[in-house]
Design a protein around this ligand. Sequence first.
Ligand SMILES: *Cc1c(COP(=O)(O)O)cnc(C)c1O
Length: 230
Amino acid sequence: MDINNTKLIHNLHTIQHRIHTAALKANRKAEDITLIAVSKFHSANAVQNVMHAGQYVFGENRMQEAMQKFKPLKELHPQLKLHIIGPLQTNKVGDAVSLADSIQTLDRSKLLKALLQACEKQGRNPDLLIQINTGHEPQKAGIPPEEADRFIKECQRCFGAHIKGVMAIPPEHEDPRIHFKLLRSIAEHNGLAEISMGMSHDFEQAIEEGATMIRVGTAIFGARPHTLPA
Ligand SMILES: *Cc1c(COP(=O)(O)O)cnc(C)c1O
């Protein structure tokens, strides 16, 4: 199911090279762009192979899968960083706060309150990003862009500097640049430094538009199988 190790490392190096090229073109430093390797549906073994090639930042979008895979991995490799990039249910917030270094999908007051409780209880504060539904897609999580400023302020009142930035997933069949520009403007006028945008098919455009974090799955790990790893 996993692609072979040589191919995995080749893919990682290709992505690193493309990040450098895109950064150069945009007059930016490649070091200012964090690559998040999105390992959903791929095995702990594939994660370790990528890690041994020097990639320590990963993203998962289902809490249960993240716990199974990354709890043991993080015990072995404390330098691993995990970003939660999928919709978070309030009943999974305890796990998310205990495991994640960053939660990118804060998008509603109910979740904000649950996170606040869990952080106080555990004495642990992952970085938080606010997800914006830039395309107003009903099936997608995220706060609508016109409510973003108000919600960001509400989050900042609770979490202060732990609110690091914003994240979005543009609609599939639209020019992503419009969405990248909107996300960047929301970050900038709220004084937030981190802008998480860009995936396998559009991360170079995202870098040109100011992404500080890109989330790349398929272009590193290959196509995702349709079932969870055993
Ligand atoms: C799966 C996923 C990605 C990675 O997508 P690819 O197209 O495989 O690079 C990025 N962001 C989120 C939120 C995802 O769920």
